[in-house]
Design a protein around this ligand. Structure first.
Ligand code: AMP
Length: 281
């Protein structure tokens, strides 16, 4: 597995792959890899000949009181994890590579979608994400890029960005990987105590209740919000519960098959997000 720390060596590698007609898939991450990332990498292998994983803890997507400093950085484990998953190359840029201090900063944002839901309590988060992802896409020029369904709003925002800026990269969404309790895997789950994990599992249980309610014919978003709240642990502070159109992220009042529920909350300062697709016949 190659490791690249600067953009020239990465570009040289990328150009060689182009000359060889090798298809490239990119999996962008912030490290502290887990089985959720692994499933994206496995998905990437089905789309391309070479899989590149980037690990970059992007300061722009953290707020001033968020966990940038304490975010886990098990780099040696991450490298081994990628090797075991037959990753072709790791891109490990420093902050100055992604945001050169001597360059004029260009800001990439999708304002209409970035201010919704997670964007309400994390005002700079999505512009941080779009800024880093666009830079990675321009540096690597992958044929495909894979994002997780867990961060569904992020996926839709990047998809919009790729479409509106006419980027040639195809974007894919990979299903959420959960632990046995149903908790969506996340690098931040390392912060959770045993009791927190018990409480966090109530998110999955409540979302299952919502899914069952929809399948039994309850389609009103207000009623479904009450269903979700009823089985959620009281230790979780709800940030938002949103029932949305799966393409535009516009709120819906009556569910149509294929719409989504988006959830975010905090548990002892740890932010947890989840989502379900709501289908019925
Ligand atoms: P992160 O390292 O948290 O920025 O995540 C990198 C990518 O992994 C994003 O596209 C996430 O949506 C995706 N991801 C994170 N957790 C999961 C999970 N439990 N299942 C599937 N994908 C995930």
């Amino acid at each position: 597995m190659y490791e690249f720390y600067d953009k020239d060596s990465l570009r040289e590698y990328r150009n060689t792959l182009k000359d060889q007609n090798r298809r490239v898939a990119l999996v962008p991450t912030m490290g502290a890899l887990h089985e959720g990332h692994a499933s994206l990498i496995t998905h990437a292998h089905t789309l391309a000949d070479e899989v590149i994983v980037s690990i970059f803890l992007n300061p722009l997507q953290f707020g001033p009181n968020e966990d940038f400093k304490r975010y886990p950085k098990p780099l040696d484990d991450d490298k081994q994890y990628c090797k075991d998953l037959a990753v072709s190359a790791l891109f490990l840029p420093s902050n100055d590579i992604i945001y050169p201090p001597d360059a004029v900063f260009t800001n990439v944002t999708v304002p209409s979608l970035s201010s919704l839901y997670c964007g309400q309590s994390r005002p700079n988060f999505f512009s941080g994400v779009t800024n880093v992802v666009l830079r990675l896409l321009n540096l690597i020029d992958p044929d495909s890029v894979i994002f997780g369904e867990k961060d569904y709003q992020q996926y839709i925002i990047i998809k919009s960005c790729i479409e509106s800026l006419f980027l040639p990269t195809k974007i894919y969404c990979s299903p959420i990987i959960r632990n046995q309790q149903g908790i969506a895997l996340s690098s931040r789950n390392r912060y959770l105590s045993k009791q927190d994990r018990h409480d966090a599992a109530s998110i999955f249980q409540s979302l299952c209740k919502v899914k069952d309610a929809v399948q039994s014919g309850i389609l009103d978003a207000t009623e479904l919000t009450a269903v979700l709240k009823k089985s959620l642990s009281p230790n979780i502070t709800i940030d938002y519960i949103a029932f949305v159109d799966e393409k535009s992220l516009t709120p819906v009042t009556m569910i149509r098959s294929g719409n989504r529920v988006l959830f975010a909350g905090t548990l002892n300062k740890t932010r947890l997000i989840d989502t379900f697709e709501l289908t019925f016949s």
